[in-house]
Design a protein around this ligand. Structure first.
Ligand code: PMP
Length: 428
């Protein structure tokens, strides 16, 4: 039995499913999750001493690789002078300044502890600021596990939301309307019916939780227009895309302004963090200057602020993004070539250093296209790659990420593994 197998057995006694976040349990690909002992650069080392090129990057934060020196130093330095005070610090002011300087549309920002908190709080703020109760989200977009957001579409366009999870009251879920990602007409139809009751549209400007689906031309612009016409707020959930798809996030890449933006992942450098911000006129509704309540014992935590500031300062060098984009393109072209050579139907998507891999021909425009791909092949490919030291996301519905620590050696190692894995798939 491997150490990961032992640990997994033990973990399942004390932790539901053996994990503290469901996708880590490998449920959708089968097998035993690897328990990670350490990580450096682009590599993970598991409890059995096996090494893997990491394409998850802690689900996004590790854009400069694991143990990147400025972040490591910042955490160590802060740990020596205090890890939490429950009082304001200069670090928080620096973080707020930096986020507002870099992200178009941010005039004020509030820190919290996770992406889930950021989206929950942004929605409450949007509801409080507009005096409306309904929200519109898109099927296949994930915004954390807040009650109002654990909702998927019913069958008809205009059906009320039904909860995806037991524990979410139907009376609450009914305020969550759901449209189809990249299908502006589906959102327009809902606005025709509910427009004056919708507080906000919340959307991943690049969908990264149904694999990696870029916005169709005109989609984000169309959502902006709907909000302008009906007095609703547009919320870009940039928890994943912020400082990932470009130095100004998806807002910078696509040039569409949201009223509120949620952030997380990268801005904490790997420590627990979230943030939401936007126009001062909206943000001024928040307590203590406004009536909309939001708070947190550890919000603006000094360790997280120190780590986040270090990574964001390093990312001021925008050439990092050019290199990341180029390395990602090289990887994806190599994978496509390997799949083609083996005669495997395969396609990829890329936005900056976020990518999607699909066992199908594409194009990939939304959840229906992703679901139509060969999930079984993905599962086998995932394990063939894992056995060869390449750690892809353990689900066909998750985006992959590169880091600046992924260089020619890591790409070569990955493509060698891919050639062998595609050949094994073709032979099966
Ligand atoms: N929004 C998006 C777009 C996300 O990708 C995630 C997490 N993957 C969240 C919100 C929730 O963030 P957290 O897991 O930090 O609560």
């Amino acid at each position: 039995m491997t150490r990961s197998e032992e640990l997994f057995q033990h973990a399942q006694v004390r932790i539901p499913g053996g994990v503290n976040s469901p996708v880590r349990a490998f449920r959708s690909v089968g097998g035993t999750p690897r328990f990670i002992a350490s990580a450096t650069g682009a590599w993970l080392t598991d409890a059995d001493g096996r090494r893997y090129v990491d394409y998850i990057g802690s689900w996004g934060p590790m854009i400069l690789g694991h143990q990147c020196e400025p972040v490591r130093e910042a955490i160590l330095r802060q740990a020596q002078i205090g890890v939490s005070y429950g009082a304001p610090t200069e670090l928080e002011v620096q973080m707020a300044d930096l986020l507002c300087e870099r992200v178009p549309g941010l005039e004020m920002v509030r820190m919290c502890n996770s992406g889930t908190e950021a989206t929950m709080s942004a929605l409450r703020l949007a509801r409080g600021a507009t005096g409306r109760d309904h929200i519109l989200k898109f099927e296949g977009c994930y915004h954390g596990h807040g009650d109002a957001l654990l909702v998927k579409a019913g069958s008809g366009l205009l059906t009320f939301g039904v909860p995806t999870s037991p524990g979410v009251p139907a009376d609450l879920a009914k305020y969550t309307l759901t449209a189809t990602y990249n299908d502006l007409a589906s959102a327009q139809a809902i606005f025709a019916e509910y427009g004056d009751r919708i507080a906000a549209i919340i959307v991943e400007p690049v969908a990264g939780n149904m694999n990696c689906v870029p916005p169709a031309p005109g989609f984000l612009e169309g959502l902006r227009q709907l909000c302008d016409d009906s007095g609703s707020l547009l919320i870009f959930d940039e928890v994943m895309t912020g400082f990932r798809v470009g130095p100004r996030g998806a807002t910078g890449v696509y040039g569409v302004r949201a009223d509120l933006i949620t952030l997380g992942k990268i801005i904490g450098g790997g420590l627990p963090v979230g943030a939401f911000g936007g126009a001062a006129t909206v943000m001024r509704h928040l307590a203590p200057i406004g009536p909309v309540y939001q708070a947190g014992t550890l919000s603006g935590n000094p360790l997280a602020m120190a780590a986040g500031l270090a990574i964001l300062r390093a990312l001021a060098d925008e050439t990092i993004y050019q290199r990341l984009d180029a390395t990602t393109a090289t990887l994806l072209a190599g994978l496509q070539q390997a799949a083609d050579a083996a005669g495997i139907a395969f396609t990829t998507t890329q936005v900056g250093s976020m990518f999607g891999l699909y066992f199908g021909h594409g194009p990939i425009r939304g959840l229906a296209d992703v679901s139509a791909c060969d999930q079984d092949r993905f599962k086998r490919f995932f394990h063939l790659m894992l056995d060869r030291g390449v750690y892809l996301a353990p689900s066909a519905y998750e985006a992959g990420f590169l880091s600046a620590a992924h260089g020619p050696d890591e790409i070569a190692h990955t493509l060698d593994a891919a050639r062998a894995s595609f050949a094994a798939l073709a032979a099966a």
